[in-house]
Design a protein around this ligand. Structure first.
Ligand SMILES: [Zn+2]
Ligand SMILES: [Zn+2]
Length: 257
């Protein structure tokens, strides 16, 4: 009798079965929604958590996602704390956005200030890092480990993954890079995983290329009445494949915390 998969594996298996594009992008979007909702519901009144937000900060995109989550009081308290932290750090000391804020500019930091080296202790952290991004990155690392365990343990999972369209290019590259360093995989599975990732990316790219061709052709009046053949969303699908979901940081650019 087959053992039921452990709870941490289920989201990956479900996402793979649902076949809606990159499983890592999909699960990361779920995590992001949950992290912000949980914070607003449970942690916003917790002084310790708020002080972490004041010290570490929130990035541009997560501030706006928090505002859009609908808890205006929780958002107001949080933004008030950020505002105080900004005033304490000195709003005019430097332009926190010059290095790019949070997840879209994580390569910023002391060394990135126009080549000017500023001592770390003189740098207010406001606007340069993000509590939610850190939580997301930690979950993403755990998810990669779980994926590796599934890949190591199950022929069936390896077959389903290889036949899927379950990756975007940034997550595919990240997975291929992790294959070389993970201790979870037997050595012979390292190259098998890289081959499978390459296969999934190449097949998906070829299919998206055909969809885009047809999308473009459909704009010629002669094809006006022809069927879309599932290519209505081709530019968006291809963009998500090439770049990952909107607002996502390129995982290859996330430094270790
Ligand atoms: Zn992805
Ligand atoms: Zn963030």
């Amino acid at each position: 009798m087959r053992r039921a998969p452990s709870l941490d594996k289920l989201p990956i298996l479900d996402a793979l079965n649902a076949a809606r594009g990159c499983i890592f992008c999909e699960l990361e979007a779920d995590d992001e929604r949950r992290i912000i909702e949980d914070y607003l519901r449970e942690s916003v009144m917790d002084p310790e958590h708020r002080s972490e937000i004041e010290t570490v900060g929130l990035c541009n995109s997560h501030v706006y996602q928090m505002l859009a989550a609908g808890d205006v009081l929780g958002s107001a308290i949080t933004i008030g704390a950020l505002l105080r932290a900004g005033i304490n750090a000195g709003l005019c000391g430097h332009d926190p956005y010059a290095t790019g804020a949070g997840r879209r500019g994580r390569l910023g930091g002391p060394r990135a200030l126009g080549g000017l080296r500023v001592p770390a202790e003189a740098m207010p952290r406001f606007g340069q890092s993000c509590v939610f991004c850190r939580a997301l990155e930690a979950r993403a690392r755990r998810r990669t480990d779980t994926f590796m365990r599934l890949y190591a343990e199950s022929d069936e999972f390896r077959r389903e993954f290889a036949a899927s369209r379950a990756l975007c290019v940034p997550h595919g590259r990240q997975l291929a890079a992790s294959a070389a360093t993970t201790r979870v995989l037997r050595p012979e599975l390292h190259s098998a995983l890289v081959d499978d990732v390459t296969g999934v990316l190449n097949t998906t790219a070829a299919e998206l290329g055909l969809k885009l061709d047809w999308f473009i052709q459909k704009h010629d009046y002669r094809y006006h009445d022809s069927d879309w053949n599932g290519s209505q969303d081709a530019p968006w699908e291809a963009a998500r494949f090439l770049l990952g979901r909107a607002g996502a940081v390129n995982p290859a650019q996330v430094p270790e915390v």
